[in-house]
Structure formats: structure tokens, C-alpha cells
Write a protein of this length. Structure first.
Length: 609
């Protein structure tokens, strides 16, 4: 994995220079520099770094490629996009999306009442709001209020009952009627983990029969002029473009047929989300088989071809590809707290005046190991350790002898790996896998990378410095939750190798990339670890600013969010301490002060990092 696959997943957003990973933008600060600057203020634990310029880049890329395809194909419709709030509703993200997208009239999509209220308060006038998901009368009425407030809102109906409710609300009030969309249930399904979003057994959408009934209901209610959009979605993170092309043909023909049935106001097709992000770090397994250029060209060309064949005016094209917009903007930085093989440091050797013969031989092997003899000596060391384990089981050597043997053999293996790093043998590679290092990170997989835990979704991970040296330790990552699932295990098919560092002497940070979509909103407070501290980094030509610092919840606030009375908890803890035995009043006050310090911090570890 050359340079941790930076050339595969980073989209030239990051580069390696002087052994550190840097932002490939303007003054090009390094992630290590930013991290250390934040930590200088006694910030411990994991942190989320946000880079709004990457949101701007993705919005610009999406619009530019679709506009290019429209021009090249002489397409008569226009392009619009909305950001699905479910992808990330955090304030700094929504602010970046709305500010950076304002010049494009980039809108928002809502799938719940709370998201709709957020969309109504944050969508710039002139940009679209689309509303998806199941809706009751109250939520639909909110759509009427949005239309009355001057928003360009399109409510997508997921079933005939929703359309009947819209008709009922329209008959009972004088509010402006929002535009209406119909989600169609396509026969075509997508590809990848989320392919079940499409197909005939999908959760959402109207069948052909229901679509015809919807047209009749709208005609009878004199609301057919409000039908503006048909919508489909065949799945998030589409790995293959072929199912999309099939879905476009199906949806395009449905659109053309509806126009012929008298839906004259119908003017747009919403192709949903699904534009994939490259998460993989390994050449042999890419997340998608298409580029943004091919994606946009395919959509525009196919819809234009269908409409020309049917003699129908080209519809406007909408997308809801939120993952593509925000995934790259956020980086999770997690300190490494411990390497579990640190117990095998040579300084921990404790030899006796007289050591067993096999121990003496291991001492010589460790001392004399060089490039010419390392394979032979490695074989001898592996043979000796097996014999020593047997001798221990039989009671012929003691625990100190066993400890010395384990340290010596571990160091012989490490030296052999380094000596042969330029030309490793298959045997050494297998040994690396067998003796993988376990890195304890000050973070929670469940809180910050839930898609890894729940769906097996990989994310690019790499150290943010030491990048001028070759990493040789096959790495498993353990988080600090009390759960065996809180681990990113070593995968020989997609290996991660990290550096052998002494955590007692230096900090070692791992960066997890492309985590800006879904991970924060799906994160759970397992073991009551909360959302990490977050910081927005504004990069200029000659410097950068750290703005919008948002601290993670402290322990009392976490408990309060679950329904506990934090004042009662604090009073009880203080009362228990106040009535317990202390030698001096000062000792009692110092302990109470220490308690208050602890409970007003977040729950991440503060021992060394």
C-alpha cells in the first residue's frame, strides 16, 4: 500500500511532504501542526477537524460536471442539487454546505419534521427544499407553511395516503400548496451495501398502478398542475454505474408517459443520491467503477435520448448526493495510547548470573543478527522459543526465563523485518501478520466510525507523521470501549502497516479520513463516550485559523442527556466525600476539587494523550 493509498482515496486533497500529511491547499498546513496547536490548550482525546474548502470543492465539482455534460449533449433542461440533511446535520456542516453552495442555489433535503424545520431556517431563498420519507398531516402542513413562506419546496409522496392527506390539507386551509413529487418504485435495483433502497421490494415508492391512481387523484382535486417531479433512489454509495443506467431508462420512460397522460406541469426528474466516495486504500478494490465525469455524462445523455425519442421536453435534473459533498471534509484524529508489544522492550530483559543454554543462544543470536544471517538466525530463534515454551510447561525454566525468551525472540523478529524490509520474503510477510501489533487508540469506533462496526465499511487510515519511514508493523486498532467489537482488525487482503514507535517518548496520531458523511449522526454513546471535540480549519494563502471550536459533552452533561438529574448526581458525590474520613480539611477540599475537575471533562482518556 504505497503512501497509504493516498493516490486512490484523497482526490489530491492531501499530500505527503517532509514526512507529514498536509492539506494540498493554499498555505498547506500539516495535520500534525494543527493537532499540536489544538492540544497545546490541554485538549485530550480524539478530535474532528473540518475543512470547509473541501465542501466548496465538491459542490463546485458536482455542478461543473453536470453543466459540462448539459452543454456537450445540448441538453435543454437545467441541473439542481440538494444536500440530504440525514447525511450530517451538525451545525458546522450545514453552515459550510449552505454558505459554499449559495452561488449555485444548492438546496437541502429533509426526511423528518426536525430536518424540515432546519431546512426551512437554513435554505437560502431561491434554492430548493425537497422532502422525502414517511409523513403525517403535521409534517405535510409544515410543507404548506414553507411554501407560504416563499420557499421552493417539493414534497415527494411515498404512498397514496400521503397524497390524499395533501389534498385534504389543501381543501381545509388557505396556505400556498407546495409542489409535489412522486417517488416511483422501479424494477431496477442498485449495487453495493445499500442496494436494497431500489427494486420492487424497496421500502419507498409507488408502483405503476399507484402512479396512475395518483394522477387521477390529482386531476380530481384540481392539483395536477402541482405535480412537478418524479423521484427515484437506487441506493447510497453505488459501486457500479450499470444499474443506474438501467434505472434512468426506466424512470425516463415513466416520466415521458406521465407527460403524455396530461401531467403538463411535470418538469423534473430527481435521481436521488448514490454518487460513491472512494474509501478504499488498496489498488485491488475500488469503491466505484466510474468517475464523476462518466456519472454526469451518463445521466444527461440517457435522459436526453429518451425524451427525444418520446418527443418530450427535457426535464430538469435533480440529485441528492450528500455523501459525495461532505465525506472528505472531516478527518478524525485519534492519539495512540499504547502499543501492546511495548512489554517486549530490551530494557525489560533481566538475565540471571546463569541462564538456561537456549536463553544464552538467543542472546547471541540477538547480538550477532545481520542482513546476511537474519533468515537463518530467525529460524533458530523461532525453534528455540518453541523448545523454551515446552521447558516452561514441564517446569524446567521459570517465568523470568520465559519473559527473557519472549523479549529476545520478539526483538529478533523485529530486526529481521527491518533488515529485509526492502525485499521481504513470503515467510517474513506471514510472520508480520502472525505477530501483528495492537494499537490502542483514544477513541470509540461506535461513536466515530459506526459504519465500520455496523456495515464493515472501511475508511482510509494513516499516521499523520513519520511518513518518511517505512511502516512495518501489521496493525490492529483497538478502541477504548469495553467491547470486543471496538476493534479494526488486521485484514491480510487489505493490510494496514504502522510504525514501531515508543509512545512513552513521543506522540503518535492516526488520521481517519472521509468520515464527514453519516458517521457523526449515526454515532452512539456506547460506554457513554460522546462526540469528540470538533474544530473548523479555515485555510488562507499564508496562514490558517482554528474556528468554531465545539467541546464534547462533559460527563455530567452526558448523563443528563440520558435523563439523569446532574445536580442530584453532583450533590450525592459531594455529600459522600464530605461525610467520609479525611485527615485534614485541606485534603477533603483538594479531593472535592479533583472530583469536580474530572466530571467536567469528557470521558476520553487523559493519561498520556
Amino acid at each position: 500500500m504505497k503512501n497509504f493509498g493516498l493516490d486512490i482515496w484523497a482526490n489530491k486533497n492531501f499530500i505527503i511532504e517532509d514526512g507529514e500529511i498536509k492539506l494540498n491547499y493554499k498555505c498547506m498546513p500539516s495535520l500534525l501542526e494543527i493537532t499540536n496547536k489544538i492540544r497545546a490548550n490541554d485538549v485530550k482525546g480524539p478530535m474532528i477537524l473540518r475543512f470547509p474548502h473541501l465542501v466548496k470543492r465538491q459542490i463546485k465539482t458536482l455542478y461543473n460536471y453536470f453543466e459540462k455534460a448539459i452543454e456537450e449533449n445540448k441538453y435543454q433542461g437545467s441541473f439542481h442539487a440538494v444536500f440530504p440533511l440525514k447525511v450530517n446535520q451538525f451545525p458546522a456542516v450545514v453552515e459550510a454546505v449552505t454558505i459554499q453552495g449559495e452561488k449555485y442555489n444548492y438546496g437541502l433535503e429533509a426526511g423528518s419534521k426536525a430536518e424540515l424545520i432546519l431546512a426551512m431556517s437554513k435554505t437560502p431563498k431561491g434554492a430548493y427544499i425537497t422532502v422525502n420519507g414517511f409523513k403525517d398531516e403535521e409534517m405535510l402542513t409544515l410543507g404548506f407553511i414553507a411554501a407560504q413562506s416563499g420557499h421552493k419546496i417539493i414534497i415527494t409522496i411515498e404512498g397514496l395516503n400521503e397524497l390524499e392527506t395533501i389534498i385534504d390539507v389543501a381543501s381545509k386551509c388557505t396556505l400556498a400548496v407546495p409542489d409535489i413529487g412522486i417517488r416511483v418504485r422501479l424494477h431496477s435495483a442498485g449495487s453495493g451495501i445499500w442496494a436494497k433502497s431500489g427494486g420492487m421490494d424497496a421500502k419507498f415508492g409507488l408502483t405503476s398502478t399507484e402512479i396512475i391512481e395518483a394522477i387521477n387523484l390529482l386531476k380530481n382535486a384540481n392539483l395536477l398542475d402541482k405535480l412537478k417531479m418524479i423521484h427515484f433512489h437506487i441506493g447510497s454509495q453505488m459501486s457500479d454505474i450499470a444499474p443506474l443506467k438501467k434505472a434512468l431508462r426506466e424512470a425516463g420512460n415513466i416520466y415521458a408517459e406521465l407527460k403524455k397522460m396530461g401531467a403538463d406541469s411535470l418538469s423534473s426528474i430527481n435521481i436521488g443520491g448514490g454518487l460513491a466516495v472512494e474509501y478504499d486504500q488498496h489498488e485491488q478494490s475500488h469503491a466505484r467503477n466510474y468517475s464523476i465525469d462518466e456519472f454526469s455524462s451518463s445521466v444527461v445523455f440517457l435522459l436526453g435520448e429518451i425524451m427525444d425519442a418520446k418527443n418530450v421536453t427535457h426535464p430538469d435534473i435533480f440529485t441528492e448526493s450528500g455523501r459525495f459533498i461532505v465525506a472528505s471534509h472531516a478527518v478524525l484524529i485519534a492519539p495512540v495510547l499504547e502499543l501492546f508489544s511495548q512489554d517486549y522492550q530490551e530494557k525489560l530483559l533481566n538475565f540471571k548470573e546463569s541462564n538456561p543454554p537456549l536463553i544464552e543462544e538467543l542472546i547471541e543470536l540477538n547480538k550477532l543478527l545481520n542482513n546476511a544471517n537474519c533468515i537463518e538466525y530467525l529460524h533458530d530463534a523461532l525453534d528455540h522459543i518453541e523448545s523454551l515454551f515446552t521447558l516452561f510447561d514441564l517446569g524446567y525454566i521459570d517465568l523470568q526465563d520465559r519473559s527473557n525468551a519472549e523479549i529476545l525472540v520478539h526483538n529478533i523478529i523485529k530486526k529481521a523485518l527491518y533488515l529485509k524490509s526492502a525485499n521481504p520474503t513470503n515467510e517474513l510477510e506471514q510472520l508480520q501478520i502472525k505477530l501483528q501489533e495492537r494499537y490502542l487508540i483514544n477513541a470509540s469506533v461506535f461513536q466515530s466510525l459506526p459504519d465500520y462496526w455496523g456495515l464493515g465499511q472501511h475508511f482510509p487510515v494513516m499516521p499523520i507523521n513519520h511518513l518518511n519511514t517505512t511502516p512495518l508493523r501489521a496493525a490492529s486498532l483497538w478502541d477504548i470501549t469495553c467491547d470486543s467489537d471496538g476493534e479494526i482488525g488486521f485484514n491480510p487482503q487489505k493490510p494496514l502497516y504502522l510504525h514501531d514507535v515508543n509512545i512513552d517518548e513521543e506522540d503518535y496520531f492516526l488520521g481517519f479520513f472521509n468520515v464527514g458523511a453519516y458517521q457523526e449522526t449515526l454515532g452512539m454513546n456506547h460506554n457513554l463516550f460522546t462526540h469528540p471535540n470538533e474544530y473548523t480549519i479555515k485555510i488562507n494563502d499564508t496562514s490558517y485559523e482554528i474556528i468554531n471550536a465545539i467541546e464534547s459533552k462533559n460527563i455530567l452533561d452526558i448523563l443528563e442527556s440520558l435523563g439523569y438529574d446532574k445536580d442530584h448526581i453532583l450533590d450525592k458525590l459531594k455529600s459522600d466525600l464530605s461525610t467520609s474520613y479525611f485527615i485534614t480539611e485541606k485534603e477533603k477540599n483538594d479531593t472535592l476539587a479533583k472530583l469536580e475537575t474530572f466530571i467536567y471533562q469528557n470521558g476520553y482518556l487523559r493519561t498520556t494523550n
